[in-house]
Design a protein around this ligand. Structure first.
Ligand SMILES: Nc1ncnc2c1ncn2[C@@H]1O[C@H](COP(=O)(O)OP(=O)(O)OP(=O)(O)O)[C@@H](O)[C@H]1O
Ligand SMILES: [Mg+2]
Length: 291
């Protein structure tokens, strides 16, 4: 690691930054996906990463949680280079919901969620009633208590997704990284899960999510990270970041941005090629984008 990166780690340690990437270059088998990326995750807020398929969102999340080792640079967790921490200590601080988790065949919901407690156990400290209580609450929070005895692989996609979120919650960390937590969920369940994420944030947790639904991303986060081709195009509050120009630049998406009738956030209305008659598209020009 370069002297410059070591200085960055020291300065991150002095502030209240919980998690940051400093000069990170990372990829797979010699193919670089993200090059020299800097990002700081603000504590106590919901940060959502958006960007087109394949731009490196999951790669960034995996790097921030030490599942991927950067070729250059470092990830700093509570002031320490994450590469030097023990796996168990990382797991006590941050919980990751991967994009497409797979449970061992036949494993029940209760057993999977109980695995979230593993980082807290040791030869000396074995399974306790406290652990059982945490698992019970995690099952209830995601509305899957009734499924406790079912094998995970017998559930629907949406039920399974909520079970995995439950396991991540059972880990009891105050940093949560959720890669597409609403995949497979119908809109009502997606809103339920995001309301739960908001409750977790209200109780002081720091959340980093990846979402594809841009309107849910603007509704539920105070900090957006917009990625394209392994780089960060823009970062900040949705009101400052989301503009028609940015959506075009990041996604090649033609859209108009209007005020959300039920909230104080921008609402993105994709235009597409059909169903639009000249003069019918409301245009909002007052948005300012921060770089
Ligand atoms: N395990 C892997 N081995 C090799 N290449 C990979 C691997 N995982 C991802 N990639 C490649 O890295 C790039 C970034 O992938 P990544 O999964 O981070 O994208 P993403 O932004 O999360 O996309 P999506 O929205 O589809 O989930 C892509 O080109 C992808 O093909
Ligand atoms: Mg992904």
């Amino acid at each position: 690691m370069s002297a410059e990166h070591i200085t960055d780690i020291e300065s991150a340690a002095q502030g209240d930054t919980r998690l940051a990437a400093r000069g990170v270059t990372v990829g797979y088998g010699g193919r670089t996906v993200i090059e020299n990326l800097d990002v700081t995750i603000p504590p106590g807020v919901i940060t959502t990463i958006i960007g087109p398929n394949g731009c490196g969102k999951s790669t960034l999340l995996r790097t921030l949680t030490r599942l991927l080792k950067p070729a250059e640079g470092a990830v700093v967790l509570d002031g320490e280079d994450i590469a030097g921490l023990r796996t168990r200590d990382v797991a006590k601080k941050l919980g990751l919901l991967p994009q497409a988790p797979v449970a061992p065949e036949g494993l029940t919901v209760a057993d999977l969620v109980a695995k979230g407690r593993h980082p807290h156990q040791s030869w000396l400290r074995q399974w306790s009633s406290d652990d059982a209580g945490v698992v019970e609450r995690a099952l209830a929070m995601t509305g899957v208590s009734d499924l406790a005895d079912r094998p995970v692989d017998s559930l629907s996609g949406g039920q399974r997704q909520r079970v995995w979120i439950s396991m991540t919650l059972a880990q009891g960390t105050d940093l949560l990284l959720l890669d597409e937590p609403t995949t497979y969920l119908d809109l009502a369940h997606a809103i339920d899960v995001l309301d739960l994420v908001d409750d977790l944030h209200e109780s002081g947790r720091t959340v980093v999510m990846v979402l594809h639904d841009l309107n849910l991303a603007t509704r539920y986060s105070d900090n957006l990270i917009v990625m394209r081709a392994g780089s960060i195009l823009a970062q900040g509050h949705p009101r400052d970041v989301i503009t028609a120009e940015l959506l075009d630049e990041a996604f090649g998406l033609r859209a108009t941005v209007i005020d959300d009738p039920v909230g104080d956030r921008p609402l993105i209305v994709p235009i597409g090629r059909t169903h639009v008659r000249p003069g019918q598209v409301p245009v909002r020009t007052s948005q300012v984008r921060l770089g």
